[in-house]
Design a protein around this ligand. Structure first.
Ligand SMILES: C[S@@+](CC[C@H](N)C(=O)[O-])C[C@H]1O[C@@H](n2cnc3c(N)ncnc32)[C@H](O)[C@@H]1O
Length: 363
């Protein structure tokens, strides 16, 4: 049901829904070590309503940021979200707290006007992108392909929200396969509540006032996270009977990621949810059933199987990812190192309103 919402939003290009602060905090706590001395860009973010701006401006010192840039897209359709009705697109720059009150005051925030509408693809936005080290936002799902392509073109690090359908895009999957993009920690149960005026069709138990529930959303990133280097614990033994080969492809079928056999080193087809557990030191991604099985969908015994990702176990010491390719991750003894910042982050308020202590009106 919740996907109905998303599809409706996508069809109408309704991209106006906003990420909750608590979801941003839950994901970004795993990336703290990456932000020290960095310029962060949130380039799909009206600072008056974006919790990304709130998160980075209030945690500027704790993260040790160098600079925060936030750009606001001029909303073309004012009916969608009444707050987002700037006449002119703006961008903000923030260099941290100057008066030691630990709050980003209006006089500390530089407000600039765009000549254009603040489209992330415009030249003036690209100039800001060039300046950034890490891009963090929830971009419009309807422009996800273009959005990621631009990040790749300019070689940027990023943590962004997207829908898991994007995994199947012919522009996105190769990036996952080549270890240029992977899934972050994600939302609880793979579904998120976004702040929105759209009608929510979630069941009563899942409904939250003023929000829409969207299932199948995730974080996509190219920043190193610990999760990506944790082995999936395998416990099942391979047998011909339990793991039949596809009728139309030389690979065995595995119905659940947790059922991947520990003693099989040939090609396996696994559900898309595998990507959430993917450790490139443990597995190699070979392709997807749609892209690699010329005969269409995978079949077992004449029965059609859902789309699969084709993977193979890496044999440690043989074809595992050489440590030289991951030098920043491992210590001399092979243990993984994750430097943490000196200071702990304060718990931010869950209610974005409590952050809105300053008037950030457009003009
Ligand atoms: C899903 S919303 C998320 C907003 C915000 N990043 C957040 O998470 O709270 C996507 C935002 O992208 C903006 N947007 C749509 N098209 C855009 C474009 N071409 N360039 C920049 N921003 C755009 C929309 O106005 C919308 O606010």
């Amino acid at each position: 049901m919740a996907n109905k919402n998303l599809n409706a939003a996508k069809n109408a290009k309704k991209d106006e829904f906003y990420t909750q602060l608590v979801d941003i905090e839950n994901e970004l706590k795993h990336y703290r070590q990456h932000f020290k001395g960095k310029t962060v860009l949130c380039n799909c973010d009206d600072p008056r309503v974006s919790n990304f701006f709130h998160y980075f401006s209030y945690n500027f010192e704790q993260l040790g940021l160098k600079k925060l840039i936030t750009t606001c897209y001029k909303n073309q359709n004012r009916d969608l979200f009444s707050q987002n009705d700037c006449e002119q697109a703006i961008w903000l720059e923030y260099y941290g707290d100057k008066n030691n009150n630990r709050v980003p005051d209006p006089e500390e925030i530089g407000i600039h006007y765009f000549n254009g509408d603040g489209d992330f693809r415009s030249q003036e936005c690209i100039e800001l992108l060039k300046e950034a080290d890490i891009v963090v936002t929830n971009p419009p799902f309807s422009l996800f392909r273009e959005y990621v392509a631009q990040l790749m073109k300019y070689g940027k690090k990023f943590v962004i929200v997207g829908h898991q359908n994007a995994i199947h895009y012919k522009e996105i999957f190769p990036l996952i396969k080549e270890n240029k993009l992977w899934l972050g920690y994600g939302f609880r149960g793979g579904a998120a509540h976004f702040i929105s005026k759209y009608e929510d069709v979630a069941t009563a138990g899942n409904h939250k006032e003023g929000m829409i529930r969207v299932s199948g959303v995730n974080w996509f990133t190219n920043l190193e996270i610990q999760k990506r280097h944790e082995d999936l614990i395998l416990y099942r033994q391979y047998s011909h009977e339990e793991y039949p080969k596809y009728d139309n492809y030389d690979a065995i079928n595995v119905n659940k990621t947790t059922d991947i056999p520990l003693d099989y080193y040939g090609v396996m087809g696994v559900p898309i949810t595998f990507l959430d557990k993917y450790n490139p030191e443990q597995f190699e991604i070979l392709g997807t059933s749609t892209m690699d099985m010329s005969k269409g969908a995978p079949y077992v015994g004449g029965k059609r199987i859902y789309e699969r990702i084709l993977i193979r176990r890496r044999q440690y010491g043989a074809d595992c990812v050489p440590q030289s390719e991951q030098p920043h991750l491992r210590d001399a003894d092979g243990s993984i190192q994750y430097p943490m910042p000196d200071t702990t982050l304060p718990l931010a308020a869950e209610d974005p309103e409590t952050y809105n202590q300053t008037d950030r009106s457009c003009k």
